[in-house]
Design a protein around this ligand. Structure first.
Ligand code: SAH
Ligand code: SF4
Ligand code: F3S
Length: 438
């Protein structure tokens, strides 16, 4: 009989990928089968995120909830970034937890489930012979890690502490993995790393010199791979060579994440982001000049210590100028092991009043909503190529994403899942884009 695994995944795409890895290991080596019902699970895993304080605080109440409803002999394991960050203290705080497995240690999942009350969170765990998980949530789309960890020291961010130093995965392993995916029918791949465009900076084995732009080119030469996406690139490393390749290589999807964080050069310096407002705008301008229909998404933090009204207005100014299609916005959350947290602790800087930070967040989101409406209006009669991912037989509705990563629905009499087709946008219903096959 199969044992049942329930897994809850929080955080970013890297965690999603790690969860796929965990599921594959447990299915292949330990005879587990996934369930969506924690009450029938033999193993409950929470793959955690610690980038902001709130979800981390919620963790212990969540553990309590699972402990109440779980089967008598079911185990609970905590994986991911909060596992790395809090380590053994999770075991001390909660008797219900059986083991703690850090973000850099996921490949040890099938060993740790047989241990009692242990925490494996070694940050120096060597991944030089990186093994990709064979599990994919969708056959059409596959994720490939190209680097792990992060060497930047953005002063607000806990990720370098939870994921460790940045190491690039050897190129031949990435290429082999992309070929394997192509052979099994994968059309689109998503390259993953905290700083994808810093690729090639450090390998843990002797390696030829290579950068991100060259890696993109090499992957795009693989037959069968039709679309390539990546996340997250860092605006600092978006050089001209990269932008030219990005613009002219048809396999590189014309949607890019450009995490701004703040529009104020003063705040960017305090965040140690390494670029200015002008650099960011200059990169965007260059990209728009080569790719007018480019879709740009971003991350913005409001209420970073010392952010004045003027700094915030700079952020709004960049929002207005760039017309981002997607915005992920957050109120600054002070995190342990970061430089900014130490400034606050030493009273070198004060925190921004919570109400004021909330006001800025609301203003930012409101302004973005207007931009999104305008951007969507401009879509009418545009032509996109769509990779169809699902078909609703009853309503004869196909759904897929454009090259620019927009979700588009199309009425069609036949199932075209897996095909890439040209679609003309015929209707805009609020945020919903509807198209017709051409
Ligand atoms: N490597 C990515 C970011 C990973 S964390 C990059 O450099 O862009 C994802 C997002 O969470 C960040 O872009 C940032 O906007 C947000 N974030 C990180 N630390 C935060 C903090 N302490 N408070 C609020 N938001 C934070
Ligand atoms: Fe965090 Fe900065 Fe690294 Fe992104 S680049 S993970 S924000 S330290
Ligand atoms: Fe969260 Fe870790 Fe990703 S802190 S955002 S899950 S790298």
């Amino acid at each position: 009989m199969n044992k049942k695994l329930y897994i809850q995944t929080l955080g970013c795409a890297m965690n999603e990928r790690d969860s796929e890895h965990i599921i594959a290991e447990l299915e292949e080596k330990e005879n587990y089968q996934i369930t969506t019902n924690p009450q029938e699970a033999d193993l409950i895993l929470i793959n955690t995120c610690s980038v902001r304080e709130k979800p981390e605080k919620k963790l212990f109440s969540e553990i309590g909830q699972y402990a109440k409803i779980k089967k008598n002999d079911a185990k609970i394991g905590i994986c991911g970034c909060t596992a790395s960050h809090l380590g053994e203290s999770i075991l001390k705080r909660s008797k219900a937890v059986d083991f703690v497995l850090g973000a850099r240690n996921v490949s040890k999942i099938s060993q740790i489930i047989h241990q009692k009350r242990v925490a494996w969170v070694d940050i120096d765990y060597d991944d030089s012979s990186y093994i990709f998980s064979s599990k994919q949530n969708s056959i059409l789309k596959g994720m490939i890690n190209i680097s792990i960890g992060c060497d930047k020291k953005c002063t607000y961010c806990i990720v370098p502490h939870t994921r460790g130093n940045e190491i690039s995965i050897p190129t031949h392993l990435i290429i082999n993995e992309a070929k394997r995916l192509a052979n099994q029918g994968t059309k689109e791949i998503l390259l993953l790393g905290q700083n994808v465009n810093n690729y090639g900076k450090r390998f843990s084995i002797p390696h030829r010199k290579i950068n991100f732009t060259q890696l993109l080119y090499e992957i795009s030469q693989i037959d069968g791979i039709q679309r390539i996406r990546f996340t997250s690139p860092h605006p600092l490393h978006m050089d001209d060579e990269f932008i030219e390749e990005f613009a002219h290589n048809p396999k590189l999807c014309k949607a890019i994440h450009m995490p701004l964080q703040s529009g104020s050069t003063k705040i960017l310096q305090k965040m140690k982001r390494g670029y200015t407002k002008e650099w960011f705008l200059n990169r965007v301008e260059k990209m728009y000049s080569l790719i007018p229909h480019l879709s740009i998404s971003t991350d913005i933090i409001v209420g970073f210590p010392t952010e004045s009204e003027e700094d915030f207005l700079d952020t709004l100014d960049v929002l207005e100028k760039v017309q981002f299609d997607t915005l992920y916005s957050f109120i600054y959350s002070s995190r342990p092991h970061t430089e900014a947290a130490k400034w606050i602790e030493n009273k070198e800087v004060g925190e921004i009043d919570e109400e004021e930070a909330k006001r800025r967040l609301i203003l930012l989101k409101d302004k973005h909503r207007d931009i999104l409406t305008q951007n969507n209006q401009k879509e009418l009669n545009n032509i996109h190529s769509i990779l169809f991912e699902s078909y609703d037989e009853q309503n004869k509705l196909l759904e897929g994403r454009s090259d620019t990563n927009k979700l588009i629905r199309v009425k069609a009499g036949r199932n075209l899942v897996g095909e890439i087709c040209k679609v003309k946008i015929s209707e805009i219903k609020g945020a919903q884009l509807i198209g017709e096959l051409m």
